[in-house]
Design a protein. Sequence first.
Lengths: 458, 458
Amino acid sequence: MDEKVTNLPPDPVDPATIAKHLGALRVADAVDALDALDHPTAVAVLKAMPSALAVQLFDEAGLVHPHKIVELLPDALAGAILHGISADRRVEIFRKLKAPDRQRLSKLLSPEDQTALAQLLTYQDHTAGGMMTTEFLSLPPDLRVGEALRHIREVANEKETIYSIYIVDPATRRLIQPISLRDLILAEPSATIGSIERHREPIVVLPNTDREEVSALISKYDLLAIPVVEASGKIVGIVTVDDVIDVMVEEATEDAQRFGGMESLDAPYMEISFLGMIKKRAGWLCALFLSEMLTASAMQHYEAELERAVVLTLFIPLIMSSGGNSGSQATSLIIRALALGEVKLKDWWRIASRELPSGIVLGSILGVIGFARITIWQMAGLYDYGEHWTLIAATVGCALVGIVTFGSLAGSMLPFLLKRLGFDPATASAPFVATLVDVTGLIIYFSIAYQILRGTLL
Amino acid sequence: MDEKVTNLPPDPVDPATIAKHLGALRVADAVDALDALDHPTAVAVLKAMPSALAVQLFDEAGLVHPHKIVELLPDALAGAILHGISADRRVEIFRKLKAPDRQRLSKLLSPEDQTALAQLLTYQDHTAGGMMTTEFLSLPPDLRVGEALRHIREVANEKETIYSIYIVDPATRRLIQPISLRDLILAEPSATIGSIERHREPIVVLPNTDREEVSALISKYDLLAIPVVEASGKIVGIVTVDDVIDVMVEEATEDAQRFGGMESLDAPYMEISFLGMIKKRAGWLCALFLSEMLTASAMQHYEAELERAVVLTLFIPLIMSSGGNSGSQATSLIIRALALGEVKLKDWWRIASRELPSGIVLGSILGVIGFARITIWQMAGLYDYGEHWTLIAATVGCALVGIVTFGSLAGSMLPFLLKRLGFDPATASAPFVATLVDVTGLIIYFSIAYQILRGTLL
């Protein structure tokens, strides 16, 4: 269904036809269709449509490069769009504009909008202040419910949501209490809105609260919006649930890409230039490669043993990958548990004392399979591991126990360590953990081999 | 703040004191505190609180084991709770109950609730039908706006949301049009609600629509709720945005854990039993281990070469890990791009023709570093790779180009292959890709070594 409605009519088409077609679609679908056009065509199409529709399209988070399109538009249309869209979306677009365009386009706004924009631009991206809208419904506490409802009817079109209403001290702009439209509808029309039953202390965030924490609060308390309040108690904006959903999708993508071992892209896969993609991937790949070089140094250190017992090399990939896999499991578990607040930094010891026995059990399972593998191949005559094959099998088995235990422990502790050092625990990627475990894994393997095979093979 | 409010008063405390304390907290925080108690204590506390509060606590998705607590409650209290909670939460709890408890507890419900429950239980978990609520506001089209608002005031407390209202044919229960409370407030009180400006075809889902698709629609179209409609057009329920947020968090956790190379847990880390945890992890770990055994077989195949040139083994971990890392990057990119609908199954060829040159460039970067590493160590006298060290450096460099290219290509195509075969692309974990790339990586390495070193070392 999705694909059918976003399909454009067959080429060649003039901009007016496309504009008409977009007008018939749902806004989010029209945005997808506009995104599929090159920028000059998009500009022609926007010029050919009613400016109210252009405003709606620019108001959608789904439009990927609004800043690149808006800078190509004639001033009148650019001004109409930038005036018409919501305050939070306007900031998002201005944040991406280069300085000269930013200056030129901000002059198209009304003086009040310019002041509000400058203020909003001072907040960091990825914070509550950076994603909030200033277009929320605030009412004084002495207003009567009936008047409040009449007022809401009048201003509904300028506000991002009318379901969350904020009772604000008109003199100081301090937030007294959020109420819902539901509360208002259920209340006596002649009562003042300040007398509506006061809930517990409102849940608020500061302008510099991280957007992940904003999502967590909206999600936990099932809110439709959360007020952003300065330390003085003054309300400066609200973050609405639809923006939080966009943030959640974005964060999930970022986390997935980082866990895959790369910098997160800031645009869809197909929108990133070839060079941009290489840049995002090469950094971590090189860093991991340089760290992994330690394995070559470790191997060089054990060169004498390798020369004497080449048979040991056969199991190096198998053993190392098992350490990496168990580490990757543990890391993904703990990253999510930390992100969801299921475990806190201080719980590291409880986790360690769970991961240690888990690692031993998992390692023992693999150790038994590894021992059996060598025994079966030897017995069935598939391969000859030499006269000391039982000792080799024992070496592989014991090394697996040691390495999987180390992998589980290191993998689970790494996110804690990163968090303790002030990094995002999600920086701990699967390749990162595997690299960490690989070098130690080699040392564990050769140390065990040395203990078991000394006097025979080594 | 979070931690302070959920702290319980110092022990020893009687259930009534805890119940009173919970009553003073926000519901979501009280649920956290209740979750921290063992089940018999939780039962005592629930018995000591007003049943309206117990209902509120059970209505929260944050309560982890409602089914384990409710089966321990006396019938009167269990009945009051199961009657009071919302229909979708009720289904969620009954779904987790064992058959005898399910039968016993369903008898506590009113005949209508029993019928509704039996109907809702026929829908699969993880579908729109399995997560919808039947408690939505439906109104006939000939109702006047003023009457509709009066009606909403009366029934507001029984409905999960009053912001999304569904105009339904009273005879057939067919959905005519969803309207928002905003539309209703803005409309003329004397108009019929059926005459409110008709939007485009409403966005609806079928009862068996996957919950991930439901989230995607709510997120794309910024909805507060989405109606669930049978093929006949009959509306059977709605899914609200707060449930979708819970699903998004759950899916992000599942995906992260699966990408880490394990079965997803269905409960928080600390809530899973030790044996349950081993089960979730051992399966994939063993499967990966068994596949990775092919590396041992591959190494055995090249035994003669290894004996002659032990120096080649030094770089095996380095080269293999680079293939795994580039594969993990590509896989995480494509899994997310597929999940977000940025690329479709049919785009596989476009992705392949992007990943091939990406892999070559990334591989060349690592190849140059690898070549430099060997040259520097040799020149600086840190290690002696023998008289043919330039050939060895060339082997390592070329192998890196080949393996990183193969890793990027295989890693990006795997999610497409899984999707094509009907699996969730997110089954492609980092360890899975690494394992896939490892065996081929060894073959690439030894083949290149054979070409370059034939006549000298080999």
